[in-house]
Ligand binder design. Structure first.
Ligand code: DGY
Length: 340
């Protein structure tokens, strides 16, 4: 008797070896533990004959890739953000898209505060000064920064992560929290977060610290540009935890250099891993390489969720966190399933 061929999946970037081993229990696995950065052509070449793909947020999955990979049935992103996916194209092609929400909320919110504290209190700037041997005596005004406790925190984007940041600000730091979002939260959620809904202009004008946690889309591109920076207080800080492209990085660098705002903390960048050269030369910005979710338990939970989605869909036609659940059982999906 011939055994049914096991589905084949590609893991597009290096990942915890235990995750690869877990996937091998179910699938023929092509890994990339050498962590080679595949071009689009190399990605398509690796996806040939594959039924599932494990992506980490950087691999673009669009109509062209889907047409070139007729066996592909599911792509699982190890990230809550999924701006690397063209979800409508995936739906039309009958390919399930999944992301990794929920498991990184608290860790990312913690990092929002790490970046806020480092930015407002000039932690990295003063550390560089000390390491360079410039510290010879204490001065009353050395690296004077802004208070976080008791100040006004403005959050743009009030999903799970925005709410977790609001809770920290309100309950932990006694902050007045205002937010702007596509939709106003219900009263109970607002009360739990200690947050009030305001217009974007009011938020920019009143906040001492502005935190960005809005998902990236064509509509949210350059949510903060020169016009918005001009509305902020000269003493304000801006924190971007969301995605590159939410902020116009060139306009931000100009505002930081001119000190029309006091400081910024950035974990994400337009065109990352490239960083706008002007941001590298202004002192009043804290720069980190997209690490907001980077703790061992959280990265493991994100990877496990992505792996569970691949296993669930390819073995039982179900997924824990589908972005386009209408694909499951659709005619387009059946057509792909019928291909070997
Ligand atoms: C996410 O999950 O979207 C984080 O930015 C990590 O990529």
């Amino acid at each position: 008797m011939t055994q049914a061929r096991r589905p084949k999946v590609v893991v597009c970037r290096a990942i915890f070896p235990a995750i690869i081993e877990g996937l091998r229990q179910h699938f023929e696995v092509v890994d990339n533990q050498a962590d080679v950065m595949w071009t689009r052509e190399q990605l398509v070449a690796h996806l040939q004959g594959c039924h599932g793909a494990f992506t980490t947020g950087g691999e673009r999955i669009d109509a062209g890739v889907l047409a070139a990979c007729p066996q592909l049935r599911v792509v699982a992103n190890m990230a809550v953000g999924y701006n690397n996916f063209d979800v409508p194209a995936m739906t039309a092609a009958g390919v399930l898209a999944t992301n990794a929400p929920g498991v990184l909320t608290e860790t990312t919110a913690d990092f929002g505060f790490a970046l806020l504290m480092a930015t407002a209190r000039r932690v990295t700037e003063s550390e560089h000064y000390l390491r360079a041997g410039h510290w010879t005596r204490w001065r009353y005004d050395m690296f004077i920064g802004a208070d976080v406790h008791g100040s006004t925190l403005g959050i743009i984007g009030m999903g799970r992560i925005g709410q977790a940041i609001a809770r920290r600000g309100h309950h932990g730091f006694g902050m007045r929290v205002v937010y702007h979002n596509r939709s106003k939260l219900d009263a109970a959620t607002e009360a739990a977060c200690g947050a009030s809904y305001v217009s974007k202009a009011e938020l920019l004008q009143s906040a001492d610290h502005v935190m960005l946690v809005v998902p990236y889309s064509a509509e949210s591109h350059h949510t903060i540009g020169a016009a918005e920076l001009a509305q902020m207080k000269p003493s304000a800080t801006l924190i971007n935890l969301a995605r590159g492209g939410i902020v116009d990085d060139a306009a931000l660098a100009a505002a930081l250099r001119a000190q029309t705002i006091a400081a910024a903390g950035l974990d994400v960048f337009e065109g990352e891993p490239k960083v706008h050269p002007d941001l590298l030369t202004v002192p009043n910005v804290v720069l980190t390489p997209h690490i907001a979710s980077a703790t061992t338990p959280t990265r493991m939970a994100m990877a496990s969720l992505a792996a569970d989605n691949l296993v669930g869909y390819l073995t039982a036609r179900q997924a824990k966190t589908p972005l386009n659940p209408e694909v499951i059982g659709s005619a387009a999906a059946q057509e792909r399933m019928a291909r070997a």
